[in-house]
Design a protein around this ligand. Structure first.
Ligand code: IPE
Ligand code: IPE
Ligand code: MG
Length: 247
């Protein structure tokens, strides 16, 4: 098997971690067991990405739409999230990982927010990989909130509407300051975006795998990266133009 070219790994990897429920169902287990196993995968993939020198890793952990799930599942997910963040802070410190959250934080239970803030503060000085969890996150909601932020600035007379361009809009999103994803991985065979990073994924390479998230591992990650490295990112140009640029 070809080895990975370290100079051509995605700078920013985004992941839609899907298939926990189906993983459990196949084994006649409760959905929550799938989520527990999914947390194990998160640990493995965070460690591996950090080891490989990935600069930004963004994980879709709970969508704005996931509040529609049964109350018991939502409650269990929030409890798991809290435990994951609490248990992982020491590891993040060891690996120089900076922790970050995007999404509508106000929707999350207060005790979860306490844990998130603690991890964000504790890791704020780290300079390695930026690990971002998307929680109560929706791409459309994020775009609307950026538009609202800019409208308020205009109304207050602090911003000229003519100054609103792609760069300023990008900086007004929850992900302001984070470069856009180079690669999006979605597990479990679903081929949709489910309202994740709508603006930011404009030019990301998309990779879909049938593997459910609890079964995703270092080897699966290497396969995804190898697939990414075989692609030509043209950004609207022709193949010849890209090759000339390299000469
Ligand atoms: C992903 O697994 C985890 C979350 C969305 C929180 P799912 O829970 O969506 O698993 P499936 O899609 O039902 O198999
Ligand atoms: C998307 O997965 C959200 C997360 C992975 C957190 P879902 O399983 O909720 O997506 P849909 O509803 O099947 O599109
Ligand atoms: Mg799902």
């Amino acid at each position: 098997m070809d080895t990975l070219k370290p100079e051509n790994l995605p700078g920013h990897l985004a992941v839609i971690m899907d298939g926990n429920g189906r993983w459990a169902k196949k084994r006649m287990l409760r959905r929550i067991v799938g989520h527990q196993k999914g947390v194990e995968t998160v640990r493995v993939i965070v460690d591996e990405c950090s080891r490989l020198g990935i600069r930004y890793l963004t994980l879709f952990a709970f969508s704005a739409e996931n509040w529609l799930r049964p109350k018991t599942e939502v409650k269990a997910l929030m409890a798991l999230l809290k435990k994951y963040v609490r248990d992982s802070t020491a590891r993040m410190m060891q690996n120089d990982i900076r922790f970050n959250v995007i999404g509508k934080r106000a929707d999350l239970p207060a005790d979860v927010n306490v844990e998130l803030d603690a991890a964000i503060q504790k890791t704020a000085g780290n300079r390695g990989m930026l690990l971002t969890l998307a929680l109560s996150y929706g791409g459309r909601q994020e775009i609307v909130s950026a538009a609202k932020k800019l409208a308020i600035e205009v109304q207050a007379g602090r911003l000229d509407p003519e100054a609103i361009d792609e760069r300023l809009f990008t900086e007004s999103l929850f992900t302001g300051g984070i470069p856009e994803p180079d690669l999006l991985i979605r597990t479990s065979g679903e081929m949709r975006i489910s309202n994740f990073l709508l603006w930011q994924l404009a030019y990301a390479e998309l990779y879909f795998t049938e593997v459910n998230w609890p079964d995703f591992d270092k080897n699966q990650l290497a396969i995804a990266f190898r697939n990414y490295q075989a692609r030509e990112r043209r950004f609207g140009m022709t193949s010849d133009q890209l090759r000339q640029g390299q000469e």
